[in-house]
Structures are given as structure tokens and as C-alpha cells.
Design a protein around this ligand. Sequence first.
Ligand SMILES: NCc1[nH]cc(CCC(=O)O)c1CC(=O)O
Length: 314
Amino acid sequence: MRNWKVGTRRSMLALTQTNWVVDQLKRLAPEAAFELHEIVTKGDRILDVTLSKVGGKGLFVKEIEQSLLDKETDLAVHSLKDMPAELPEGLVIGAIPKRVDPRDVLLSKDGKTLNELPHGALVGTSSLRRSAQLLAYRPDIQIESLRGNIDTRIRKLNEGNFDAIILAAAGLERVKWDGTISQYLPVEISVPAVGQGALAIECRADDEETLALLRRLDDPPTRLAVTAERSFLHRLQGGCQVPIGAYATVAEASGDAAPAVTLTGLVASPDGKRVFKRTVTGTDPAALGRELAETLLAEGAGEVLAEVQKENQG
Ligand SMILES: NCc1[nH]cc(CCC(=O)O)c1CC(=O)O
């Protein structure tokens, strides 16, 4: 049996996720062997510049994808939310395992909830999506940029630099730090990032052996949900740092009928003053995402996105 070379970033979260996937694959195929290749990405090296100015979230993914194309590695584990809407020619997502909790969470001094934070509280996040929704709910809050891996961000909270910070539940649960969570933010307050809480395992499109292995880890309802979310993102061209959120759920399948997908999509101005948000249901996830994006664009969301893009370039 083949010895699979697995590309991974070196952060604690990336290594935890990759080791989880390798454990699952070993369980499904006990005779398979795996070898980890740690890759330091451009996104990991440039922590002092705002990501939006140097090329967005693709930075964490690009070099790992190049190593797949160069056949230095055979598969790579990513947080799906870090992946741009479009994959490079020759690569596919071979598996999307079952999603864990997609919500954003608040970590605060003294365990305060969002409603309990003092007037004018300082909240750390570099996500335009998170700051827009926080400000829409609590316009008095002050937002300050906070970058780095989750361990760095929690250290800055503990050093007293912020009253609270926002992270994804999924990352904290995976590294078993969910004890630090003060509040799970309902999706009605904070629509998660596209793909948040899901992993994507990427491989070469023509590598049949790897595709057959990965297929066994795929969770079809999760794939349907994130297909709707990514189609929404793709229609809005949301590759880089953008105030876009989307969250889909899939109804229990009944008989042969295609399961219903319910998708909430959000575009908001970074100050939280303009919010475009709707929920739709349908059975074709790609069409659902595209049509929801077009509805929000028709309502004026395109102006907000154009302003953010201009801001990023200026
Ligand atoms: N932006 C970095 C990133 N990419 C994936 C996760 C968490 C895990 C996930 O959402 O699947 C995080 C950290 C965070 O936003 O708190």
C-alpha cells in the first residue's frame, strides 16, 4: 500500500487537524501509511501586515497547493474557510468530513457575555465579517485589529490588551481549548464565515487512489451545505478579506427526494451600519448560493463590497 505524503501548516491548529484526519484515514484503511510534510506559508511569515493588503486568505493555502501540484505531497488538510472560492486547475477537494460547531464565540475577561460587556468595550478581531456584525448589534463597541494563530490571540486577551476577542468555536474545540469560551454567539447575531467548522482535504484531480481513500471520509450533508455557502461567496467574488458570511443547514433526507438546503447569506459594511441578509431554501445548493448572492447584489450589497475593495487597495 502507498505511503501518502500529507502537507500541513505548522500551527497548533493545523497540526491538530491534520493528525485528526490521518487518524481517521488509518482507521478506514489500516494498511495505509502517512508521512507529514510541514510547510511554512507566506501567510504564516507575514503576520505584521494586514492580510487584506497582501493577498487575503489564499496566502495560507497557495504554497501547500503548489506542493500538491509538484507532487511533493499527495493530500493536504485545510480549514475550509481559509480556501478561496476557486481551486487551481488540477486540484479538487477529495473529502469534506462532518462539520463541527460552525459558530463564532466570545472570549472575555471574567467570562462576560456580549450583552454584559461594558459600554465602549475593546474587542479584538481582524475579521471584517465579525466586526461588522458585532457593531450592528452593539454600536458602542470599539474594534481593534488582532491577528495571529489562536494561541497568540488568547495570549493577547490574557495580557489585558482587550475586553474580549472573537474566535471560531471549531478551532478551540479541536485543540481542546473550548474551556476558554465565554459565549457561543448565535448565528442570528454572527453569521459564520463560509465553510467555518468544516475541513477540506485537497488532492490532485487525477490521483484516483487518493480520491478513493478520501471519499470514505466525505460527509455528503456537509458537502451540500458548504457547496451552497461557497457558491454564494464565489458569485460575490469573495476571495480576499471581505465582510461576507454564509451558513447553510441540510434537512434530514426523506426517501429519494433531494434534501432541502437552507442558506443564510450576509454582506455588511465594516461599520455594521448597512447589513444585507436573507435566508432561502432550495434543493440545488450551487443555484441557491448564486441566486441568494444575486438577490443581495440587487438590493445594493455590491456597493458595500466595492467600497471595501477600494479601501483594501488604497
Ligand atoms: N482565520 C483562521 C482560522 N481558520 C480556521 C479557524 C478555525 C477553525 C474553523 O473555522 O474551521 C481559524 C481561527 C478562527 O477564526 O478562530
